[in-house]
Design a protein around this ligand. Structure first.
Ligand code: F6R
Length: 607
């Protein structure tokens, strides 16, 4: 959610901190701030809104100092204004924080009773005051930070800095990620390795419950009891080039266009196109021996899992229990010992998904992580990493990660089918060949840009949009609606086409465009009946189909987007592209901030 940076450096750090924050802006972008120690004194600059505002502030009023902490915020407690922006100060202590301090109300009352005054509405300010109180009671800065940390409940990554000490930042992690970067006579803290990539590739990830004493030439890592702990130092694969838009207007546009390539890379990791086989995997369980599969994820990743359910059940006859992670983690679902669990996450840091993983871990179930960030917490806590090879996804709305998740799930379903003997060698070969065609068709769809842009211009005039689909295209309808609402702010809903008559049909009139995702498949005729119900009530249909579907629908549509005829298994992967492009161009016409839509964050590390 929020992004944190800390540098104990040798030159003026404020510009470096801002540069690192830019790489973290995907985590939150409603306000930002930086603090340094200069001449023994704490100084800070903060600004509401995007990082450019902070940059302007710093240009007007530069901040010197060779040590500093910075923050880009996604508001949880308190509106996004300058007063609530981090760093927060209390009597010579500066704090930046990502996460939620759950016992902040109790701590706030206690500190108020002790005479501490609160100027912000944040939960973070209690941390600054707690550390300051420990200092006042005579503790050293390190002991004061440790003492305060012991009082905190909830999820947090923190960086704490002290007036009068230009060689000390204390970092702490309990939930949201925090990495220490090792430099030459310089040390860094960052929410992820990408933030630190321009400075160093030598990274140590803190684990939950760790806190670190970071100085120019040394780093000590401790547990909450104060015992020193060893954490592996590793070479990060992140590079500073990872956040480049190329010649595209937005990251989202760039990422949509990368899909033929990244889908191809991802599929090639799981299937052998030449021999037409699904590759053997080193799994901690045997698909043939389990009787259920649990899948959990959030948002777009959840919708990929929902499509995966259709594949696992149809191809491998393997029942799948799937739920959004925020429900999964609390609904106390009985988990059969004879099952396995997959968690899907682009970032690998989503708090609810991680909590669901830990629930399954407790139940003793083998765990696979379908993640895009291999160094993430979800990856590290799983038994096997099943990577999506999408490359860094910076646009807040997930596009290429989604189609790569689908590519992994489809390949795994084929593998499961082979293991469980539900598909023959011939069927495996056919399915692998069909999957191998996804990148080619995705490429073809990208060429429909002009037509889709034209439809999007029209769509941007409406206030509500309905998406319909059946079978694997039902979760895709939900994904279409999610994509449209999150970046264009147009209200949209996705429904199973057959559900239309059970309620949503009441909404249909000439002001309600209905986007129907309907390749000409086994159930095409059923969807045609639903389209007729829409047409009879004056609804405006945008049909996404193939040539056969267009010829046979026999219904007047507002527009028909014709995709190539393709095998059924790859339709949700390829049909995802026009869905994403429609949302993208609509948002462009609406003039919204496509890559960083309001109220959202790329990595959701709070509940
Ligand atoms: C929507 C979107 C979100 C994420 C969700 C899970 O475009 O990107 O719905 O899919 O927040 O995030 P990850 O995949 O990082 O766990």
């Amino acid at each position: 959610m929020c992004g944190i940076v800390g540098i104990v450096g040798r030159t003026s750090v404020a510009p470096l901190i801002v540069d690192a924050l830019k790489r973290l802006e995907y985590r939150g972008y409603d306000s930002a701030g930086v603090a340094t120690v200069e001449g023994g004194q704490l100084g800070r600059r903060r600004a509401e809104g995007k990082l450019v505002n902070l940059e302007q502030r710093l240009n007007a009023e530069p901040l010197d100092g060779n040590i500093g902490i910075g923050h880009t915020r996604w508001a949880t407690h308190g509106v996004p204004n300058e007063t609530n922006a981090h760093p927060h100060f209390s009597n010579g202590v500066a704090v930046v924080h990502n996460g939620i301090i759950e016992n902040f109300a109790e701590l706030r009352n206690e500190l108020k009773a002790d005479g501490y005054e609160f100027v912000s509405q944040t939960d973070t300010e209690v941390v600054a005051h707690l550390v300051a109180r420990e200092l006042k009671r005579g503790a050293s800065p390190v002991d004061a930070a440790h003492g305060a940390l012991k009082r905190l409940e909830g999820a947090f990554a923190l960086a704490i800095m002290f007036q009068g000490d230009d060689n000390l930042i204390v970092g702490a992690r309990n939930g949201p990620p925090l990495a220490v970067g090792h430099g030459d006579g310089e040390m860094y803290l960052g929410s992820d390795a990408i933030a630190l990539a321009p400075f160093t590739n030598s990274i140590t990830y803190l684990e939950d419950g760790d806190w670190a004493v970071v100085r120019r030439n040394e780093v000590g890592i401790f547990d909450m009891d104060g015992n020193a702990v060893e954490r592996r130092r590793q070479q990060s694969l992140s590079t500073s080039f990872m956040v480049d838009k190329g010649n595209r207007r937005h990251f989202m546009e760039k990422e949509i266009h990368e899909q033929p390539e990244v889908i191809s890379h991802t599929l090639a990791n799981y299937v052998d196109f030449t021999d037409g086989v699904s590759k053997p995997l080193d799994l901690p369980f045997d698909f043939a021996k389990i009787d259920r599969l649990a899948i959990s994820a959030c948002g777009t990743a959840y919708l990929s899992g929902l499509i995966g359910k259709y594949w696992f059940e149809r191809i491998a006859r393997l029942p799948v229990d799937i739920d959004v992670a925020s429900e999964f983690r609390y609904r106390e679902m009985p988990i059969s010992k004879n099952s396995a669990a997959f968690f899907i996450s682009q970032s690998g840091e989503t708090a609810d998904t991680l909590a669901s993983l830990r629930y399954c871990r407790k139940a003793g179930v083998p765990i696979g992580a379908i993640v895009n960030v291999r160094e993430s917490t979800i990856a590290r806590e799983s038994d096997v990493i099943l990577p999506t090879l999408a490359g860094p996804e910076i646009g807040v709305a997930s596009t290429k990660a989604f189609t790569c998740q689908l590519s992994v799930l489809a390949s795994l379903a084929v593998r499961a089918g082979v293991a469980r003997g539900t598909i023959s060698r011939e069927q495996e070969k056919t399915l692998v060949r069909e999957l191998s065609e996804a990148p080619r068709f995705a490429n073809h769809v990208l060429k429909l840009e002009e037509q889709i842009e034209k439809i999007a211009r029209e769509l941007s005039r409406y206030k509500h949009v309905l998406y319909l689909g059946r079978d694997t295209n039902y979760p895709l309808a939900m994904e279409g609606a999610l994509k449209l609402k999150e970046i264009s702010y147009i209200h949209a809903e996705g429904y199973a086409a057959g559900e239309l008559k059970h309620g949503p049909i009441a909404l249909i009139d000439e002001n309600m465009p209905v986007i129907v995702i309907a390749p000409h498949d086994r159930i095409f005729e059923k969807t045609v009946s639903n389209m007729q119900e829409v047409a009879a009530r004056g609804g405006k249909i945008i049909l996404i189909t193939d040539q056969k579907g267009a010829d046979q629908a026999g219904i007047k549509t507002m527009e028909t987007i014709i995709l190539p005829d393709m095998p059924e298994i790859i339709t949700p992967i390829v049909y995802a592209l026009p869905i994403q492009m429609l949302a993208y161009y609509t948002a462009v016409f609406m003039g919204t901030d496509v890559d960083q839509p309001r109220n959202l964050a790329k990595s959701v590390t709070v509940e």
